[in-house]
Write a protein that binds this ligand. Structure first.
Ligand code: AMP
Length: 181
């Protein structure tokens, strides 16, 4: 699941994974759990997350490779928030082969809409990286580092674009249609 922060990746990925019966693997959630549990990884990741920067590739990639090797991921998984840059995409291929990701689902949302959604989420959920200054940095990081993956998956013939504006069920319906096709 690919898309800018605030596009609704987490919400939709969770529903979609449940509908298909595969694990929803969110690197953001995994990292937040590590921070909350004050693990070594959490301590190393915390400052990057609070600034809205990417956590260094080697830390996140090791975490993802461990997770994908667990039994419940043997029959498929929905990755949410990874890969976040071309180097991470390459690491996945190096570890598991070209077939590691069958399809990249891109949730497309107008940038003006994103800031509003994220500010609202910050107020509702109290996420410390949902303040306006950090949001702006996360959007810039997305444009610089993550957006090049759109072309990467498109040229590999593995990209599906889904309009991310609408109600949660509407967007979910579009995702199901794309997967069915
Ligand atoms: P998310 O919940 O996907 O918005 O991720 C929250 C934060 O976790 C990001 O702003 C990054 O600091 C960190 N993060 C999540 N996934 C990755 C990743 N694949 N690579 C580097 N940092 C990540």
């Amino acid at each position: 699941m690919l898309g800018p922060p605030g596009a609704g990746k987490g919400t939709q990925a969770e529903r979609l994974a449940r509908a298909i019966g595969i694990p929803h693997l969110s690197t953001g959630d995994m990292l937040r759990t590590n921070v909350a549990n004050d693990t070594d990884l959490g301590r190393q990741a915390k400052a990057f997350m609070e600034a809205g920067d990417l956590v260094p590739d080697e830390l996140v990639t090791a975490m993802v490779i461990d997770r994908l090797a667990q039994d419940d991921a043997a029959c498929g998984y929905l990755l949410d928030g990874y890969p976040r840059n071309p180097a991470q995409a390459q690491s996945l291929v190096d570890a598991f082969g070209e077939e590691v990701l069958e399809l990249a689902l891109l949730l497309e949302v107008d940038p003006d809409e994103l800031v509003q959604r994220l500010v609202l989420r910050g107020q509702e959920q109290g996420r410390s990286d949902d303040t306006e200054a950090v949001i702006r940095n996360r959007l810039a990081v997305y444009e610089e580092q993550t957006a090049p993956l759109v072309e990467y998956y498109e040229s590999a013939g593995r990209l599906a674009r889904v309009e991310g504006l609408g109600t949660i069920p509407e967007i979910f319906g579009r995702l199901i249609e794309v997967l069915a096709a």
